[in-house]
Design a protein around this ligand. Structure first.
Ligand code: VGL
Ligand code: ZN
Length: 193
């Protein structure tokens, strides 16, 4: 039930950026509501000396995932624009690692591990468990969790610290993740320690 955070644990906060929050270019419903929970988790991992990672969607101004280029999404998280910034209330400690993904025009990358050095970084830090949350549960959080399991990490998704695009695809995604051994937890299981 309770999970005690140690040095070999990493918190991965996925894509908690302006464009994925209400008012942004690709808003996830209630996306901003997880910011206070994310901040509490960050403080807790800092205190317990766990590793803290923030991923960000970091697209060039023409990206294959954009509608104008034949992709499924409105243009979002374009490098060095306001929409690509982390939510302005998010607490990013100096010790945190920032991972930028989907930076190449012709490649999509939903997972924070895809095309980044995240797995090497976590390996070098001796990380054994990863706790994933953020936006969107049914896109980049899911993809990151499925990669983490494949890479051999004991993998947790913090449900109340994540939001998805639709209720149906969130339900489906949670099933998919559980089926491969991802543990779905609530933030209080970590924070009540
Ligand atoms: C995401 C759609 C497109 C995400 C990124 O972070 O979940 N979703 N690019
Ligand atoms: Zn994207």
């Amino acid at each position: 039930m309770m999970l005690s955070i140690k040095k070999k644990d990493a918190l991965i906060i996925v894509d908690l950026q302006v464009d994925f929050c209400p008012g942004g270019n690709l808003p996830v419903p209630e996306g901003d509501e997880i910011v206070p929970i994310a901040n509490k988790l960050v403080e807790h991992f800092e205190r317990q000396e766990g590793q803290i990672v923030f991923s960000r969607d970091w697209h060039p101004d023409k990206h294959m995932s954009f509608k104008e280029c034949g992709g499924p999404w409105p243009a979002h998280c374009v490098q060095n624009t306001r929409g690509a910034e982390f939510h302005h209330d998010l607490f990013i400690p100096p010790s945190a690692i920032v991972v930028s993904k989907a930076t190449e025009p012709l490649k999509e990358a939903y997972s924070a591990f895809d095309g980044t050095r995240l797995s090497e970084t976590l390996h070098e830090a001796g990380i054994e468990r990863v706790f994933i949350c953020g936006l969107a549960t049914d896109v980049c959080v899911k993809s990151t969790a499925l990669d983490a399991i494949k890479l051999g990490y004991d993998t947790y998704v913090i449900q109340d610290a994540s939001r998805g695009i639709t209720k149906e695809s969130v339900e489906q995604s949670l099933k998919e993740m559980k089926n491969v051994g991802v543990k779905i937890i609530e933030s209080r299981q970590i924070l009540s320690n």
